[in-house]
Write a protein that binds this ligand. Structure first.
Ligand code: PXP
Length: 240
């Protein structure tokens, strides 16, 4: 059965919009935990536009399930990860000014930089996941780098228009998950997932974890955080 990690970045986005102290992503993580979430994900960006260093430190202390830190493979971020030691680091590309992570890593193009980052993080007891697009080259290269997991970018599926295109993208994700499984790389998935499109995705075998943020925070504004998490868990726990 797949796990669900709740990305609380957008709770911090709302806080930072007013440079206030509320809402606190740490409080959201407590609510997610009470609802039964399997873990918490945050993205500490170079520009600190939502999650702050203080959030990471507090979450490291209170998250007893699994804390996943998304970050770019920069020396600043690697230093922070080595100090704070999240359970898992998901390496992502970061472009200044982007609204959200725009795509997966160019694994081949950044092979040496990633190799060094993965080595340091794994040596210090962290699991490492690489956020990649659903293509064979990225998954093969991630296996060669001995990443513990790939997080397969689900954006092309989530933004597909029409049933035929959605099925095409779903089949592509299924094929890439099968490839990662054959190569002995764990499979996470995320980006753009919501209460509707998750339903088909949970049928894909061997998925370790889904990482979902925006849709859950958006629903939480209207129905409360615990209920929003529980409703997503209902779907994810129907997975194979
Ligand atoms: N995975 C990665 C690597 C991401 O960058 C994000 C967005 O922060 C997510 C998952 C979650 O995406 P969403 O907020 O669309 O659920």
């Amino acid at each position: 059965m797949a796990k669900l990690s709740i990305n609380v970045d957008h709770v911090a986005t709302l806080r930072q919009a007013r440079m206030a102290s509320e809402p606190d992503p740490v409080a959201a993580a407590v609510a997610a935990d009470m609802a039964g979430a399997d873990g918490i994900t945050i993205h500490l960006r170079g520009d600190r536009r939502h999650i702050q260093d203080r959030d990471l430190k507090l979450l490291r202390q209170m998250v007893k399930t699994a804390l996943n830190l998304e970050m770019a493979a920069t020396s600043e971020m690697i230093e922070i990860a080595l100090q704070v030691k999240p359970d898992m680091v998901t390496l992502v590309p970061e472009r200044e000014g982007e609204l959200t992570t725009e795509g997966g890593l160019d694994v081949e193009g950044n092979y040496e930089q990633l190799n060094q980052a993965i080595g340091k993080l794994q040596l210090n007891g962290m699991l490492v996941s690489l956020f990649v697009n659903p293509d064979e080259e990225s998954i093969n290269a991630s296996a060669k780098l001995r990443a513990d997991y790939v997080e397969i970018n689900t954006d092309s599926y989530a933004s597909a228009r029409g049933v035929a295109e959605q099925i095409t993208q779903l089949e592509r994700l299924e094929k890439m998950a099968a490839l990662a499984h054959r190569l002995n790389v764990g499979i996470n998935m995320g980006h753009g997932l919501d209460y509707r499109n998750i339903v088909n995705l949970v049928q894909i075998p061997h998925i370790h974890e889904f990482s979902i943020g925006h849709a859950i925070v958006a629903r939480a504004v209207l129905v409360g955080f615990e209920r929003a998490v529980r409703e997503m868990l209902d779907s994810v726990k129907r997975s194979r």
